[in-house]
Write a protein that binds this ligand. Structure first.
Ligand SMILES: [Mg+2]
Length: 276
């Protein structure tokens, strides 16, 4: 069992000391409580408030989401935060979305897959979400989630195979993505490189965050930087979520408490030397 975040703050301090320090958060389930349907989800006001302060104090505060970058930007609403969307395929830069060039070549197959899904998936409580360069099939509102998951997976696989696309899974969602080597792990490493980050804390709640947890662990192992990954847990959390993490927090409420702790510790006299 991994330690509880608030029993592990000395390790967080240790990471922060070796900056420049970057804070990277997932959005849904991490700073925004899970809603019955994705369009109803909202960032917890307390999280947004603390992220606003932190984004002015730190060299990097980033939000990485499975949602389109534009939507992540709209939800969090802070211009000083860096946004990566569609699991890192998109980045919000200078008020516009920049899509990875390799993935952008798969727009037409994604459109085709969307039309085929719309024609074949017709099940109560199952929703197809068009995210531009990726697609999601949400089944949170289905009467029987396990059956709905199987239906969604089978449909996704059957349309993805013909178009050369890949299928992944998250919390009550099946996703169709371009077959490019981009995930939250590569996204995190790109941010670390671009912002010259020496230490990072990452918070995430879903299987797609495991790529980020693993990438940060590898980065630390080779001695390139210091990192600490925090699994934001709920009753839905799969066992695998914990494999690559260093600590756990209980839901969005604990994330808000942690962000508040980060803000409060900052003005202390023993602040990290990299800030000077
Ligand atoms: Mg999430």
């Amino acid at each position: 069992m991994k330690p509880y975040l608030f029993d592990h703050l000395a390790a967080v301090e240790d990471v922060i000391r070796d900056g420049p320090f970057g804070l990277i958060v997932d959005v849904d389930g991490t700073i925004a409580p899970i809603a019955p349907s994705p369009e109803l989800a909202k960032v917890a006001p307390g999280c947004a408030r603390q992220l606003r302060v932190l984004s002015r104090l730190l060299p990097l505060v980033a939000a990485i989401s499975g949602r389109p970058a534009r939507e992540a930007r709209r939800m969090v609403g802070l211009p000083s935060v860096v946004y990566m969307g569609n699991h890192g395929i998109e980045r919000w830069e200078r008020r516009r979305v920049v899509t990875d060039a390799a993935a952008a070549g798969f727009r037409a197959p994604i459109r085709k897959a969307l039309r085929r899904l719309q024609a074949t998936v017709d099940s109560p409580g199952v929703k197809i979400e068009d995210k531009g360069i990726t697609l999601s099939i949400h089944y949170r509102e289905a009467a029987n989630c396990e059956t709905a998951r199987k239906v969604a997976l089978a449909a996704a696989r059957s349309v993805a195979v013909g178009e050369g696309l890949r299928v992944t899974e998250g919390r009550m969602v099946v996703e169709i993505r371009p077959p490019v080597e981009i995930d939250k792990g590569t996204a995190v490493m790109r941010l670390i490189g671009d912002y010259g980050i020496g230490s990072a804390v990452y918070l995430g709640d879903d299987m797609t965050d495991v790529d980020a947890f693993a990438a940060l662990r590898r980065w630390r192992k080779v001695g390139a930087g210091k990192s600490l990954s925090i699994a934001v847990v709920s009753a839905e959390s799969p066992e695998l979520l914990f494999k690559e993490t260093d600590a756990f927090a209980n839901g969005v409420a604990d994330v808000e408490r942690f962000l508040t702790w980060l803000v409060r510790r900052w003005p202390k006299a023993d602040g990290p030397s990299w800030k000077d």
